[in-house]
Design a protein around this ligand. Structure first.
Ligand code: ARG
Length: 463
């Protein structure tokens, strides 16, 4: 009994003095990694089943251990488990409890494994299911984005470069740009799963083990496609953590970009969209205010996810092989980034369902800034066999003229246009029409209504 008295650290025979309260506090990760209990128990069950198959433990011990583990899982799920802060992490908490439930036979559970392989096994399983949850939320966002796009195929607005009017676009085309980004995000998350899908279990502390274990068996049991190849790399590797944090960063960056754009569009200067009262907040002093706080929250949270990615990169930089305590922080960082992203996706989805475009204002803004000048240049190339550069210069002259006369391009008379380019006929006037301009962009991926409709129905079928 002396070896595993429940109130003693596992290493109490070797290390005789108790750690200071402060050392315990900083070294302890149970408040964070208790979130891994299900994965830890699943990994332990796979492990002891393998130990039995390989005749390393007996049938009776395997059953006792699994009985104890399942009891622990039920207790934790029902919030009846008392986590002990004197035990560093989830692994030790569970092991200690197992001793309480089944007695000394619990001591067989740690045969041929170490917490070093145990923790990353748990963590990889956790990241796999977190990825699924993120992608389910991304699906919802994609669906809501498609819904807005579908309603706004014929809503014309200015497309901007440098935030200056560039060429007219369909609002749907703009939203569909974000569908592309969110689809890439999904793919990025899925690709990560492929590269992390190797089971660490059985590499033990860093060398592998002298027990005749079957790592293929445990890998399969836990849903990994194969075991990892090098025991030292396995316990040192946190690339899968970086991949996950990077994917979260990119996804939150996409959300931040659209949030910023919607903040601008919602500003009184632009007034291109209306946000319903469900997603705005008031001011404590200015009674008239309706502020887009939630969009600002989304933009701001990108700072957290980028920061977490950089924390992890910095922790790993210059770290020799193999396991070091430095790595313990990986869980807190990942959980924070994951939770932040999940919140952001949910909030963003709600915002998408609470936006309405101010179509009139969008059209009016698009009707400014000589936005169809490129259409005129294209027309000159197609109809008067000019090189594009020549047509570009002619058009610039026409824009200068319109600016001087304080007229829009569409307000110029054909006679005025002919003074600059005598070959022009009445036919040219149609190029100044915004709808005509949008619809002329029929090249694959362009903003014509027809293209957008096809894309929307293609994506609706897929999702
Ligand atoms: N709580 C530890 C962590 O998350 C588990 C691994 C401990 N390994 C060790 N050699 N101290 O990193």
């Amino acid at each position: 009994m002396a070896k595993n008295k429940n109130n003693q650290p596992i290493w109490n025979i070797r290390i005789k003095k108790k750690a200071s309260t402060l050392f315990q506090k900083v070294g302890n990760s149970i408040d964070i990694d208790k979130r891994l209990y299900k994965e830890d128990i699943a990994g332990s069950i796979a492990h002891v089943e393998m130990l039995l198959k390989q005749k390393i433990i007996s049938f009776k011990i395997k059953n006792k251990i699994i009985y104890g583990l399942q009891k622990i899982e039920r207790e934790i799920t029902k919030n009846k488990f008392e986590f002990n802060n004197e035990y560093e992490d989830i692994h030790i908490n569970i092991e200690k409890k197992l001793f309480q439930i089944i007695g000394e036979d619990a001591g067989y559970i740690h045969t041929a494994r170490s917490r070093n392989d145990q923790v990353i096994t748990d963590f990889k399983i956790w990241i796999k299911s977190a990825t699924k949850e993120i992608n389910t939320n991304l699906d919802k966002v994609i669906k809501s984005t498609l819904k807005i796009a579908e309603k706004n195929i014929e809503t014309i607005m200015p497309g901007f470069t440098h935030l200056k009017n560039a060429q007219p676009i369909s609002l749907a085309h703009y939203f569909m740009a974000y569908v592309e980004m969110f689809k890439r995000d999904k793919k990025r998350f899925i690709n990560n799963i492929e590269s992390l899908n190797e089971s660490p279990l059985g590499v033990a502390a860093l060398t592998g083990t002298s027990f005749n274990i079957d790592r293929n068996y445990t890998a399969k049991k836990m849903g990994f496609s194969r075991p990892t190849n090098n025991s030292i790399d396995t316990v040192s590797d946190r690339d899968f953590v970086l991949d996950f944090l990077f994917s979260i960063s990119v996804c939150s960056m996409h959300i931040s970009r659209i949030a910023e754009e919607l903040i601008i569009w919602n500003s009184d200067g632009f007034n291109l969209i209306h946000l319903s009262d469900k997603v705005v907040t008031g001011s404590s002093i200015m009674p008239q205010k309706k502020n887009p706080d939630l969009l600002e929250y989304l933009r701001g949270k990108t700072g957290t996810t980028f920061g977490n990615l950089f924390s992890m990169l910095t922790i790993l930089k210059g770290l020799p092989l193999s396991y070091f305590k430095d790595m313990q922080d990986d869980k807190e960082i990942v959980f924070k980034s994951n939770d932040t992203l999940i919140d952001c996706l949910k909030i963003f989805n709600e915002i998408l369902n609470n936006i309405s475009p101010n179509k009139k204002k969008m059209y009016e803004l698009a009707d400014n800034g000589f936005i169809t000048a490129t259409d005129l240049a294209d027309y000159l190339v197609k109809n008067h066999s000019m090189s594009f550069r020549k047509a570009y210069q002619k058009t610039a002259e026409i824009v200068n003229f319109a600016e001087k006369k304080k007229k829009k391009l569409r307000e110029l008379k054909i006679e005025e246009l002919q003074k600059i380019e005598p070959k022009l006929t009445n036919d040219v006037l149609k190029v100044f029409d915004l709808k005509n301009s949008v619809n002329s962009k029929k090249s694959y991926g362009g903003t014509s209504f027809e293209n957008i409709k096809k894309m929307i129905s293609k994506y609706k079928k897929k999702s």
